[in-house]
Design a protein around this ligand. Structure first.
Ligand code: C2G
Length: 129
């Protein structure tokens, strides 16, 4: 079984998230999403609209997602790859190059972001509505 992992906040789920999840799953047979905890988001300077548990429930309902684990630190990725026997690490290309250190442990793939949509844009547009 070829296992894929990706990381993120996945707040206010949108087609950009769905597109990366679909493409990540297409690279293997089993997709793990390491979902940013509320505390980790705070350390990223992000405050998600939905709580970790709410975001987790949404992700678990997506056909491409096989497992959701918590992302609590920047430093857990190597341990996650080893612990879950991950073959492929996937992120959007806004992170291009940032996680190349994982190449010693698994394949590292950066996929083009979906243009024109983001959680930040949703919040901004709604504030102006
Ligand atoms: N994404 C995308 N297209 C968009 C928006 C997001 O492909 N229009 C991708 C991002 O590149 C990322 C994933 O969707 O791979 C999740 O995005 P976020 O929830 O914004 O996650 P982020 O804040 O980038 O956190 O340790 C890594 C971090 O947890 C990543």
């Amino acid at each position: 079984m070829k296992k894929v992992i990706t990381y993120g906040t996945f707040d206010l789920l949108h087609t950009g998230h769905i597109n990366i999840l679909r493409r990540a799953k297409s690279l293997g047979d089993y997709l793990i999403v390491a979902l940013s905890s509320d505390d980790f988001n705070a350390s990223k300077g992000k405050e998600a609209y939905y709580s970790y548990e709410q975001r987790k429930s949404v992700l678990e309902a997506i056909r491409y997602v096989d497992e959701v684990i918590p992302e609590d630190t920047w430093e857990q990725k190597i341990q996650d790859v080893q612990k879950h026997n991950v073959d492929v690490f996937v992120m959007g290309d806004d992170w291009e190059g940032k996680f190349d250190f994982l190449q010693d442990h698994c394949e590292v793939v950066y996929l083009p972001r979906t243009v024109g949509i983001s959680t930040t844009k949703i919040k901004t547009d709604l504030n102006q509505a």
